[in-house]
Design a protein around this ligand. Structure first.
Ligand SMILES: Nc1ncnc2c1ncn2[C@@H]1O[C@H](COP(=O)(O)OP(=O)(O)O)[C@@H](O)[C@H]1O
Ligand SMILES: [Mg+2]
Length: 134
């Protein structure tokens, strides 16, 4: 796999996804994407970020790039704003990714045996292979 895209939201599961991506990268650089979710839009109001989302991707991306660097893997970071699953898929297309690596669960407080909504949607619509890391 020479074009790996990791989706990172700062969760434990996404952290394990970084480890797997590093293990699979095999000297190639890895791309990390973090998506800031927008508030649901009402009428024609401009899309707005939840205040706590504003700095989150930057922080998460810096953290992810550092974790990969510690494992000897070069990484580039992409920050997007909008719907996470749509934008992870879109970034995979743009980057010509041949593998998307992401976690089973994310930051939502509901813990169950089910996959999270982002991992489910990425699995259904990805343009390439997907590795869902537990
Ligand atoms: N906003 C996001 N930006 C980047 N990656 C994300 C984002 N949200 C989720 N992911 C990825 O998808 C995985 C599963 O998260 P998700 O489906 O959102 O679960 P949950 O419903 O528990 O929040 C995460 O471990 C992470 O790899
Ligand atoms: Mg989530």
């Amino acid at each position: 796999m020479d074009r790996i895209l990791v989706a990172y939201d700062g969760s434990e599961s996404a952290r394990r996804a970084l480890d797997q991506a590093a293990a699979l990268a095999n000297e190639h650089p890895v791309t990390v994407v973090s998506v800031a979710e927008l508030l649901p839009q009402f009428g024609r109001a401009a899309a707005m970020l939840r205040p706590e989302e504003d700095e989150k991707p930057k922080r998460e991306l810096a953290e992810a790039v550092q974790i990969l660097a510690d494992r000897g893997v070069k990484a580039s970071a992409i920050e997007r704003r909008g719907d996470p699953s749509d934008l992870i898929i879109d970034t995979a297309k743009q980057e010509g990714a041949d593998l998307i690596v992401l976690g089973t669960r994310g930051l939502s407080p509901i813990k169950s045996w089910m996959l999270g909504s982002v991992s489910t949607r990425v699995l259904h619509h990805a343009p390439c292979d997907v590795l869902v890391v537990r």
